[in-house]
Each structure stands twice: as C-alpha cells, then as structure tokens.
Design a protein around this ligand. Structure first.
Ligand code: NA7
Length: 541
C-alpha cells in the first residue's frame, strides 16, 4: 500500500501508538522517507483498542505524556489525576493533529509477514493490502496489544455475548438488566468490575489468582497543580528520566523496612495508602529485595481487604498469597474491593470450585452451572513478545522470530536481534518496557534509534545487525539483574507464565536509569554490538 518496489521506504514503522507516532515525527523531521502502517483506523494503539468501562492509565496523567515538545506539554491540559482511556485517546489524536502525523500513517493495514532480502539489504513486508519495501523496519507494536483468549473447553458454544476487555465494542455495552460473568481479576478486570457492577443486574467474578491492588484516589486535577507542573516540566521530566526504576516520579524510599520500627513502617504504608496510586510500592528500599519486608507490605494490603470486604469468606478469597506483592504489576483501583459488598456482585473462587467448561448458557464450575447473558474475558495479553512474533518476520537463516525465540526472546538491549538485520524494536524484550513509564521508555528508545539510523546515513552503512553472542550476553544480564530481586518468584506475564507453552524467561530489564546509561555509552562508543556494513562503516566484523 502506498509504496511500490520502485520507491522503497527508508524506514517502515509498524504501529501508530505512542511509539510509532514519535518515531515518525523524529525521522520525518530529519528528512527520512518513512511511513507508519497501522492496523486500526486511528492513532493511539493500546489506548484505541482497550475501551472497557473504567479503563485508565495507572501512571499519573501529568507524567504519562510526551516530554519532547514543550509546545505540546504546555498546550495540553489533563483533567484528572489518572486519565481515562477516552482522554488518552484524545491526547494521542491531539498530538497527531499538532504534528500533522496522519499524512504519513497508512491506517487499516495489518502486517501479516515479512522477509529480509540479503541481496538488497531490504525488508519486504506483506500486508493485507499489498507489499511494502523498506530498508529498515521499526516495530512499534506495544507490549500489551495481543490479547489472550484462554483455551477453555466449550468457549465457542456460549450463545450469549462474548467480549474481551482489550477488544471492546466501540459502541459501548449497556449492561442494564443483564447477568454478566467476568473471567479474570488482573488490572483490566479490577478497573472494569466496579463500573459494570453499577449497571448490571448481576455480576459474577471468576477468580483464579487474587491480585494486590491499591486505591487510586483519583480526583479532578486542580488548576494550580497543573500550572505548577507546566511551569516546572523541564526539570520534572529530567527527574523522571533519571529516577531509579520506573521513569516516573514517586516519593522515593529513604530507608529499608527491615530494621525500621514496625510502627513507623505501618505509618508510612498507611500514609501512602491514603495518598493513593503506585507510590505505595516505593515505601521502602527493600520491598522487592527482602521477602520479610515484602511480607509486611503484603500483609498490610491483606488487612485492608479484610477491613473493606464485609463477608469474611469473600475477603479471604480476595487476599493474594500466591506471589510477593509488587512482583506482578500492582493494580490501582477505584473501589474494587468494596464492590464485593454489593448485593449484585458474587465472587467465585476457582481455587475451590475450578472452572470446567463454558456451556451454551453460561459457565460450569465443579459445583454448579451459572447462566449468563454476557461473558467478559479480562484474561490479559501475550505480553511483550506476542505482537512481535505475530508479525511473522523471517530472518536470514529462514527462521521466524517465533522459531528463533522458542526458548525465550533474546534481543541486544531489547532493540535488535541477530538474524534480523535492519529490524529495530521499540520497547522490545530485554528493555525496561513494562517495568517503566512506557512513554518515558518510548522516547528514550526512539531517540536512540534515531541517532543510530542517522549515524548509518552519515556513514553510508546499509546494514546493521547484532550477533548471537551479544544478545546472549545481554539476555544473561537481564536475568541476573532480575534475580537480584523477588520479581522472578511471581508466575507473571513478565515471565511469560500466563500463556501456556510460552518459555519462562524474565523479559523486562529492571532499571530504567542503568539501561539509559548503558545505551548512552553504546552510542558514545560508536555502537559496539551493532555491526554495520556498507559505506564507510566497513565490512562486517
Ligand atoms: P492480566 O494481568 O494478565 O490478568 C489476566 C487475568 O485473567 C488473571 O486474573 C488471570 O488469572 C485470568 N485468567 C487468564 N486465563 C484464565 C483462565 N483460563 N481461567 C480463569 N482465569 C484466567 O491482564 P490484564 O488485562 O488485567 O492486565 C494486563 C496489564 O495491562 C496490566 O498489568 C496493566 O499494566 C495493563 P491468573 O492470574 O492467570 O490465575
């Protein structure tokens, strides 16, 4: 679409979410021939598709936005502490207007496969609307964009309505008078449940693993708060970029919980619980290092659940015990636990009465069949790698990414993978990705790739690739860093544990600041690990 073999692009970007939009802006501003190919009809990526009721970002709105353009951050005004999906979608469209991005985005085109031509050092992407030829391909496909539909027996036999939270009907759903089932209790479910419960006749939640959640304490943003942030944005953005782990400004811990007076520990946790949001996760330095410290925070949340939920059996069933708190992404909710006090909401504990099958009328657990009008699957994503492997890209050894990564994904800095020359990934496996503020990571990746591609242009290099050794070393480093924390103790989607058969490898790199420093050093040294050839770049070594 839009291109032919006669006029190959210098760069084809896949995906027009926040990553693809900024990548386009940077490359186009420097005169590169670049186009973005987007399956949806609009910009926004994950914020275009995920429209379930209650959908919000769990990073505060003032920090979940682009920092690269002073005009954009001054002109746009967020209305709430945690932005809703419609507001974030509106923001993405505002940026697309402001930078006139749409003229170089081809909408409604899904990349279905791709192959690297060794003779031309060029990619050919196959789409449902024809072929694209491009010297370089940059994937901007998101980490949470391939939804996961579980393989439950009888799932197709249900005669009512089936909906996945990540593929929500655009016209919305009126639940008035309906009997609704919700499968899953991850972040999506925890946001949607309180909203759907207000409308549905009955809501039945099927829970396999209870999750930790902290209150959002969402509220409209005060004018003076917004004004203060806008006045201080340059400094605040810098602080966020350089902050310890996440790329988000939190009240950072001053000391470890272990060795601190237990009353003081409790008071600090309480203060953060009252303030709301993921600040709770940063109360003490050792919360994801020491199991004992972690247990204190976990028990604090379990106590809150017991306080909030009036039925003791439901409260106990909601208490998470399967993994250390914070080792799956902490959920940030608005009245989630209190929703179970409503007469029209029931929790089914699948640990006691396992789900056997979906039937024509509803859901059969080991003890009974319940009938529903709608079944909602809030069952998450094939995270981080799912959207990459689904592109069906074939590398120089004839293997697809899925085949190459059968034992786990390996990508140098999470950006490039051997056998796939001239292919770059934004927020790929081995980068901080989902363990960071995504927009902060996206900006860093785009800037790095922009510099790399500009360097190639300057030297005339037409091919860049990494080696198996290089990505192996990086993957080992990612794993070693993860194992200095408690994170690998949770069977999380960070580990690929939510998808049957997916290799269990800890995928994100823990440490935004260390990662950024490594990338800066690599760039300063002339990109060791990125082997370039052609032009003055020399032959491959
Ligand atoms: P998650 O966090 O992966 O949650 C998926 C939920 O679905 C989780 O509770 C799963 O239980 C449950 N699930 C999955 N398959 C089944 C089956 N077969 N039966 C019962 N329950 C099942 O996805 P979300 O969309 O909520 O959140 C993903 C991220 O998006 C979130 O962290 C934010 O960053 C945004 P399990 O834990 O596997 O027992």
């Amino acid at each position: 679409p839009q291109t032919s073999a006669d006029a190959p692009l210098e760069v084809a970007v896949i995906g027009a979410g926040f990553a693809g939009m900024y990548m386009l802006h940077r490359l186009r501003s420097a005169g590169f021939r670049v186009k973005v190919f987007e399956a949806g009809p609009e910009v926004g990526g994950t914020w275009y598709w995920n429209r379930y009721p209650g959908c919000r970002c769990d990073v505060e709105s003032l920090q979940y936005s682009y920092s690269f353009d002073e005009g954009i951050q001054q002109e746009w005004t967020w209305s709430e502490r945690f932005a809703t999906q419609p507001e974030i979608r509106h923001y993405a469209n505002f940026v697309a207007d402001r930078l006139d991005l749409r003229r170089d985005i081809v909408f409604g085109v899904r990349v279905t496969s791709g192959r690297f031509d060794e003779a031309r050092n060029q990619w050919t992407l196959t789409t449902d609307a024809g072929a694209i030829h491009a010297d370089k391909v940059i994937t901007a496909v998101g980490c949470l964009s391939s939804s996961n539909m579980p393989q439950i027996e009888g799932i197709d036999s249900f005669q009512g309505r089936t909906i996945h939270t990540a593929d929500w009907p655009h016209e919305g759903v009126d639940f008035t008078g309906l009997r609704v089932a919700m499968i899953g209790t991850g972040s999506s479910a925890i946001q949607a449940i309180p909203e759907i419960a207000k409308q549905a006749a009955q809501l039945t939640v099927f829970q396999r693993t209870p999750n930790f959640s902290v209150p959002a304490r969402n509220q409209p943003l005060k004018e003076e708060t917004v004004a203060w942030w806008k006045a201080n944005y340059p400094d605040l953005r810098k602080t966020a970029r350089e902050t310890m782990r996440s790329g988000t400004i939190y009240d950072l811990p001053q000391k470890p919980a272990m060795g601190t007076d237990p009353a003081e520990v409790r008071a600090e946790l309480q203060a953060r619980w009252d303030k709301g949001g993921a600040n709770f996760a940063y109360a003490f330095e050792d919360l994801v290092i020491s199991m004992e410290a972690n247990d204190i925070a976990a028990e604090f949340v379990r106590d809150k659940i017991r306080e909030i939920v009036t039925d003791p059996e439901t409260a106990e069933a909601l208490c998470p015990r399967d993994y250390p708190i914070f080792c799956k992404r902490i959920c940030v909710d608005s009245d989630y636990f209190a929703t179970y006090n409503r007469d029209n909401v029931t929790l089914v504990n699948l640990r006691k009465t396992p789900l056997e099958r979906v039937t024509a009328k509803g859901i059969l657990t080991s003890d009974q069949e319940r009938e529903f009008d709608v079944v909602i699957y809030a069952t998450g994503f094939d995270a981080i790698t799912g959207s990459l492997t689904r592109l069906n890209l074939t590398g120089t050894r004839g293997r697809t990414l899925a085949e190459k990564w059968a034992e786990g994904p390996k990508a140098y800095l999470g950006l490039v993978t051997s056998e796939f020359p001239n292919l770059f990934m934004i927020t790929g496996p081995g980068s901080p990705s989902v363990l960071s503020n995504m927009i902060v990571s996206i900006e860093q990746h785009v800037d790095f790739l922009f510099d790399l591609i500009t360097h190639m242009r300057a030297t005339g290099a037409d091919r860049v690739e990494t080696t198996a050794q290089q990505e192996e070393d990086w993957a080992r480093h990612v794993t070693e860093v993860a194992h200095t924390t408690l994170y690998p103790k949770a069977a999380s989607w960070y580990m690929g544990a939510n998808i049957p058969g997916k290799p269990r490898v800890f995928m994100p790199f823990i440490g935004v600041d260390a990662y950024r420093k490594t990338c800066n050093e690599v760039a300063a040294k002339g990109y060791p690990g990125f082997e370039m050839s052609g032009g003055t770049a020399g032959t491959r070594t």
